[in-house]
Design a protein around this ligand. Structure first.
Ligand code: B12
Ligand code: SF4
Ligand code: SF4
Length: 378
């Protein structure tokens, strides 16, 4: 449990493992946040996209649900010999990109980021909660899949909720396929993705050099800011690891705070970092965030407004790349970038977005869901 070298998030004490059942999604589902939140969080969503991406009700309509069976599996007995772990790391990264990853990095698996016990909502449903997790793999391959800039623009609402669901599915596809590929080389590998994860993706991605931990509490990459979904493959395949990076995120977050200003539940801190389980970081009020998700099930099932408003969340075009690159080196450049973001997108950006027959950002959501509601009334 040693501190990663050059990380912009400092380890200042003992890093204790986290029990997965204390995650807010689980707590909301098992009544830890009260009966009203539990009822809203576990009821069937009115949005069909939500129902196909999140395994709450009809399992046969949820592609991801069948994937936990292939998250781990048999090894090819003809194990290849790895003579050059550097070359092997290159092959694994190439394979991950071929399978659909937008970003990929490798680190040693820090056991502090492996949950102590199983405790996903689905574990409670299956009766497999509370089991000690034993994940002895040496390495973690961190995988990021970008979400669509335009569909994420209006959050919280059904359009970004659908994009989030697709992001989970895409990230899971890459992870299960890459883990199977490694097992075909003869080495153990397990895919960790939504509904099947034994580890925290964010600190793993940070250690693997995908980006930095931002004020909003998520991994921020140079390419997409916080607008990506993460998955992880753990393995014993010998690989050369990457290092954490300083791309200027923490420096920028110190003068920004746009996510905190725009967060509807005020869950993101406006002030300084604090120490939590041995790590110095900006600490999210995760309960406030989760409660907000459950505050209006007719309009949304989750939120990502902090992701949407972040100045690092831009299409990956040349002027944005130049902007965030210079922000690393100069305080003035950071100030200019923030000022420009306020001028161009506004201090509280909230555009109207149309997609399929959804329309959001206006006075109220108008969509296929209205048809469903109207049918129910007839
Ligand atoms: C439970 C959960 C939530 C809960 C609690 C969030 C939280 N901070 O714990 C709630 C409902 C609030 C939530 C909200 C969101 N979530 Co969430 N969430 C998770 C989940 C399933 C588990 C996280 C967990 O175990 N938290 C409990 C403890 C560990 O939290 P913590 O002590 O506060 O530590 C957090 C950070 O400080 C950091 N961290 C902890 N230790 C260390 C050490 C170091 C060195 C570093 C660098 C970081 C770090 O990791 C934790 C966050 O993952 C992860 C998936 C996963 N398995 O990683 C996704 C995940 C973190 N969520 C994600 C996202 C995108 C969101 C939302 C935007 C929702 C959405 N619609 O997309 C919001 C954003 C809220 C915010 N500003 O953070 C993504 C993050 C992608 C990214 N770019 O980093 C993840 C990885 C899901 C995924 N597979 O992509 N989420
Ligand atoms: S909105 Fe600003 S403070 Fe928040 S994560 Fe993005 S850059 Fe950092
Ligand atoms: S997801 Fe929404 S409620 Fe949660 S921290 Fe981000 S902006 Fe706030």
């Amino acid at each position: 449990m040693t501190a990663p070298i050059r990380s912009t998030t400092r380890i200042v004490g003992l890093q204790e493992k986290f029990d997965q059942k204390n995650q807010m999604h689980t707590q909301a589902a098992i009544g830890g946040l009260g009966e009203k939140v539990k009822e809203r969080w576990t009821r069937e969503s009115i949005d069909p996209f939500r129902r196909i991406f999140f395994p709450e009700t009809r399992a046969m309509n949820v592609p991801m649900r069948s994937w936990y069976k292939v998250a781990d599996g048999p090894l090819n007995p003809n194990k290849i010999e790895v003579i050059d772990p550097k070359h092997m790391a290159k092959i694994i990264k190439g394979a991950a990109r071929f399978l659909g990853a937008d970003l990929v990095g490798i680190c040693e698996l820090n056991q502090a980021y492996v949950y102590s016990h199983t405790g996903l909502r689905i574990d409670f449903a299956k009766g497999s909660d509370g089991q000690e997790i034993n994940l002895p793999h040496k390495y973690a391959v961190s995988l990021a899949v970008a979400m669509d800039y335009k569909r994420m623009r209006y959050a919280p609402g059904w359009i970004d909720n659908a994009e989030v669901g697709l992001g989970y599915l895409n990230a899971a596809k890459v992870a299960v396929s890459l883990a199977a590929y490694i097992r075909e080389l003869g080495y153990p590998a397990r895919a960790h993705f939504f509904i099947n994860e034994w580890a925290q993706h964010v600190p793993i991605a940070e250690a693997a050099g995908l980006g930095e931990l931002g004020r909003l509490g998520l991994l921020m990459s140079r390419e997409f800011g916080p607008r990506q979904r993460l998955a992880t493959v753990t393995t014993d395949l010998p690989l050369v690891v990457d290092s954490p990076v300083d791309i200027g995120v923490v420096k920028f977050c110190k003068i920004c705070g746009k996510c905190a200003q725009n967060c509807p539940s005020q869950a993101i801190p406006h002030g300084d970092k604090v120490v939590v389980r041995g790590v110095e970081k900006w600490q999210l009020d995760d309960e406030a965030c989760q409660r907000f998700w459950c505050s209006n099930p007719k309009r949304w099932n989750d939120c990502a407004r902090c992701v949407t408003v972040c100045p690092w969340n831009r299409p990956n075009v040349l002027h944005h790349r130049i902007g965030v690159k210079t922000a690393k080196y100069s305080h003035h450049a950071r100030k200019i970038l923030l000022w420009l973001d306020d001028v161009i997108r506004g201090k509280r950006p909230r555009p109207v977005v149309k997609w399929l027959d959804y329309q959001e950002g206006g006075r109220r959501a108008k969509s296929v869901l209205d048809l469903i509601r109207n049918q129910a009334k007839e």
